[in-house]
Each structure stands twice: as C-alpha cells, then as structure tokens.
Design a protein around this ligand. Structure first.
Ligand SMILES: Cc1cc2nc3c(=O)[nH]c(=O)nc-3n(C[C@H](O)[C@H](O)[C@H](O)COP(=O)(O)OP(=O)(O)OC[C@H]3O[C@@H](n4cnc5c(N)ncnc54)[C@H](O)[C@@H]3O)c2cc1C
Length: 508
C-alpha cells in the first residue's frame, strides 16, 4: 500500500507493528522480508519516487578536515535511496575483517563472518547477483579467460567481485506498493524520535514534509535505515529527552566515520602482454589483487585491494574528488561523465604497441577506525528544522602506511614472477611523507558512525543492531560496521539488515 504523507489530514497518527525509517537498500530489504507476515509494516520514506532538488537539499551539510564531496552529492533522497545511482560492485567482507587485530585500533566485531554468511546468501538474491560464490576456481569454470597473474599466492590472492546495478526504487516499487501489509508513506521525513521518560523505549516518531504537514508514527519496534549520516543526524537531533542525543550517553554516535579510500597509487608495466579478462571491468565477475591474511598480520596493515585500469585511459581521468565538488549535483555528475568519455576517446587514439601493457593500479582500502573522524550537528538547520550534518573526515598514518605496503608487496611479487615492474606514485615514495594527494578519492561509502560493539562504552549498537539502552530502537546499514573491510558496503549492509530483520521477527 502507498500513501503520500502530504495528502493525509494534518496531525494524523499512524500505527503499526514495526516502523522502518528510510526506503533505501537497507529499509526495502527489511520491508520485503516482512511481506506476507501478517504484521503491519510502516515504511517511512522522506522523498517521493524520483529525484527532487528540494528534498535532496535536506542532505546538504558541511565538511572539514580531509577534502570530501559535498554531502548532498553522496546520497539520494527518494524511494530506493542511493541505489538510484550506485555502481553495483559487490563482494563480501573477509573473515579477518571481523577479527580483533591488535594493530588496528578498536577493531573486532562482536560477530564473525560465519554469523553473517547465511544472510549473505539471502542478500545476493535481494541484490539480484549470481550465486554466493566468490572463489576464483568457481568462476573459471563459468567464464572463459579468467587467467590470474602468476603471483605467489601466499602473498597475493585474487578477490572476486560480482556486479549488478540494481536500482531498488525500480525493482521493488510494485511489490511494495501492492503489498497488503507493507504501508509505504512517501514525503514522510522523520524529524524527531521521542522516547519514554527514562529513554529506554521509543514511543513515537514525528514526520514532516514541505507541504507543512506533521504526523505521528507509533510502533512496537523502530528501525533507522536512512543511511549512516542521516541515522546519526536523527539520533543526535532527537535530544529533547537525552541531551546528548539518543544512544549517545558515551559520546560515540557519529564518531568513527569511515570511508573506502580509492586512490591511484602506482603503475604496473607488464614485460609482455598477458591475455586475461580477470581484472577487467566488463560487467562480469572480476578480481582485484588482495593481500593474504598472513601477510596482513605480518606487516600489520589494513585490508585493501588493487584494481587495474589501462594507463592509456586512466592517465586522462581527473580525480573525482576534484570533479565532484560542484554544489549543483546534476552538473557535477555531468562533468564526471564527460571526463570519462573524453578519457575513453583519448585512450582509443593511443592504444597501440606497448601502451596496452601498462596499467594504473588503484587501491580500495578500509579506513582505520578513528574517533576524530566524525559526523556531528551543525548550527544551521534544514527547511524542516533539523540541524544539518557536519563531517570532519580524518585519516591516519596507518591508512597511508598500509597503502604503501600493499603496493610494495604486489610490486615485489610482480618482479619476482617476471610479470612486470611497478612504479609507485610520488606521494608513496618517501616513508616519512604523510601527506595525501589531491586525488584522494572516497567511494561514497559512509560507515562506522553507529558502530557495533557489545560494550556500550565502545559502540552504539549491540550485536543485534539494537541501540544500547533503548529496547525497541535498531539501526540498519553500514553505520553499524565496526571496521570497514576492503569490500564495498552494500552487500554486507543488506546481509546485516536481513539478520536484524530475522532477530526482530522473534520480538514482534
Ligand atoms: C555514486 C555511488 C556509487 C556507489 N557504488 C557502490 C558500489 O559499487 N557498491 C556498493 O556496495 N556500494 C556503492 N555505493 C554505496 C551504496 O549506494 C550505499 O551503500 C547504499 O545505498 C546504502 O543503503 P542504505 O539503505 O543504508 O541508504 P540509502 O540507500 O541512502 O537509503 C536511505 C533512504 O532513507 C531515506 N531517508 C533519509 N532521511 C530520511 C528521513 N529523515 N526520514 C525518512 N526517510 C529518510 C532516503 O530518502 C533514502 O531513500 C555507491 C554510492 C554512490 C553515491
């Protein structure tokens, strides 16, 4: 069922069994999991069914520290959420990502990879990916010409990725709108979350829209699923009862903001052409070069992978952290696409002879958990009266040292195997240089701001994604990640959301 909250009588009260706030990848996955359960599911979406500038502007915010994209250019504010323009590259986290690593501060999830594996299988289906197979041997039987580089597999392994640019808004609109027990409300922006007197139970949330309507939503269980920055903002802004914000007795909400650093780091020049499709972006399962668990432990480094782009193309691209600074989101994307098209054209002209053996190696790496990297509330408010988000993005020496080491390990192995020679980019050459290049791109992945820990002093949610101290408030999304892994977040956040969904079925 679908209702437009702008058309309801003012001050309506909506009641249900569970209330999901946000209809993006996390919120829609949970709502669908409750389809046909006979329980009344209220799904609140701030936007409508398409992009609208006025709504997108609610996402505007400030940032300080390491240069970041304008905050409203990194997410989408309508049904389907940020999957409306995501790239669709997916790979599960590695088991080491969940472990306590003594060289990675505040690492160690309260759950293991095994706890989440069954939900990865379900998440693959929701994201319409192939089977839950991320082993190179499996894909070599399915797809021709996936020859791996002959690198020592005790140091470097091939981490597989799958791809499907599933737009949740298009894929699941009909199923949700036609469902008998899912009640979707569009133009229903949650602006406040109200608890009981001792802030142990949420009683209701307040919804507003630009039509000037305000409504109340009551439910037995509430799930915040509006993206890591918005979830943080709502917890902090709901401060009429708990002065520091909900779930924030220990000043953790908003801290440990993590991104995936995606930076051009080196060049790999092959000694002779190596025929393989394994490392190509062609819409099929492909691999990135990853460092084994043993070598990560030995070198005390973060988890990261290197992907290959033909140098003839990559050298003409402008770092997206530069290109996407425009305040006008659509203009920024236009510039970005125009640069890619131009680079492709130039590459075509140059693609002769030895140039086809040269690649740019781009890292994607987890960011070390860091309490100074954080989302907080700005003094300025949005049009619905909610304080805007402010990001302070802060990187550490461990991030930089790990990037250098990963490149060095791959470079040494490429040399030993007589595959080719690697040239590090300038910013990585000097071990004492801790600066970051202009092209320090981020993956548009927001993680860690409501991190998971069973210790309320170290995390916002427990292992079931329940906010510490509030028995019916839960968080779905990559804000719950304790560490950010080397993989893009959406497959894991959908899996975690489905795990939360199952847990809640036992409670309602
Ligand atoms: C350009 C780009 C490329 C990307 N590529 C990849 C990729 O290749 N692989 C990958 O894994 N990830 C990728 N991502 C990240 C991916 O899109 C996100 O991880 C994912 O969409 C997050 O899902 P979510 O449900 O937590 O949040 P969202 O998808 O952002 O959904 C949040 C929803 O909540 C709604 N909402 C917000 N505030 C409120 C409120 N106050 N009240 C009610 N509703 C509200 C929003 O309108 C939205 O519908 C990419 C992101 C971008 C921007």
């Amino acid at each position: 069922m679908h209702f437009d909250a702008r058309n309801l009588p003012n001050n309506s009260t909506i009641e249900g069994d569970i209330c999901i706030i946000g209809a993006g990848a996390a919120g829609i996955s949970i709502a669908l999991d409750w389809s046909k359960t006979g329980k009344k599911v209220i799904l609140l979406e701030g936007g409508g069914f398409k992009y609208e500038t006025q709504l997108q502007n609610l996402y505007k915010g400030k940032s300080t520290g390491q240069k970041y994209y304008p905050l409203h250019g990194t997410r989408l504010h309508y049904f389907g959420g940020t999957t409306g323009h995501w790239s669709g590259f997916c790979s599960p986290f590695d088991s080491l990502d969940f472990d306590k690593r003594d060289w990675v501060p505040e690492s160690g999830w309260p759950i293991t990879k095994k706890d989440i594996d069954p939900y990865y299988i379900k998440a693959q289906k929701v994201l319409q990916l192939g089977s839950y197979e991320y082993d190179l041997n499996y894909w070599q039987k399915e797809i021709e010409n996936l020859n791996p580089f002959p690198l020592d597999n005790s140091v470097v392994w091939n981490k597989m990725w799958q791809f499907n640019r599933s737009r949740f808004g298009e894929l699941y609109k009909n199923e949700i709108v036609n469902s008998n027990n899912i009640h979707l409300y569009t133009y229903a922006n949650v602006v406040n979350i109200l608890a009981n007197e001792n802030v142990s139970t949420i009683n209701e949330v307040v919804v507003k829209n630009h039509a000037g309507k305000e409504h109340t939503v009551k439910a037995k269980q509430f799930i915040l699923a509006s993206g890591a920055i918005q979830n943080t903002r709502m917890l902090l802004a709901s401060n009429s009862q708990a002065k520091q914000g909900l779930g924030n007795d220990n000043d953790i909400v908003g801290r440990y903001f993590m991104e995936h650093l995606e930076i051009s780091t080196s060049e790999l020049w092959l000694l002779k052409p190596f025929p393989t499709d394994l490392y190509q972006y062609n819409g099929k399962p492909r691999a990135e070069l990853a460092i084994t668990k043993e070598k990560q432990i030995e070198n005390k480094i973060l988890n990261g992978t290197l992907s290959l782009s033909p140098l003839s193309y990559a050298k003409h691209t402008i770092p997206r952290m530069e290109l996407l600074q425009e305040d006008d989101y659509n203009k920024a994307i236009k510039n970005y696409r125009a640069n890619m098209a131009e680079a492709k054209e130039k590459a075509k002209l140059e693609n002769t002879g030895s140039i086809t053996r040269a690649f740019e190696l781009d890292i994607r790496i987890e960011q070390a958990p860091n309490p100074n990297s954080r989302i907080s509330l700005d003094s300025e408010k949005d049009e619905l009266g909610v304080p805007r988000a402010s990001l302070h993005w802060d990187l550490t020496d461990l991030d930089k040292r790990s990037i250098r080491k990963i490149n060095q390990l791959v470079g040494i192995e490429a040399g030993k195997a007589n595959l080719g020679r690697m040239k590090l980019n300038d910013f990585l050459r000097d071990e004492n240089d801790n600066s970051w290049p202009d092209g320090t791109n981020a993956g548009w992945h927001h993680m860690g701001t409501t991190r998971m820990s069973n210790d309320p002093k170290k995390g916002v949610v427990d292992e079931n994604c329940q906010v510490h101290g509030i028995n019916n408030l839960h968080i779905a999304g990559s804000g719950c990640f304790t560490t950010s892994g080397a993989s893009n977040p959406t497959l894991t956040l959908v899996a975690l959301s489905l795990r939360l969904s199952e847990y809640l079925k036992g409670k309602v």
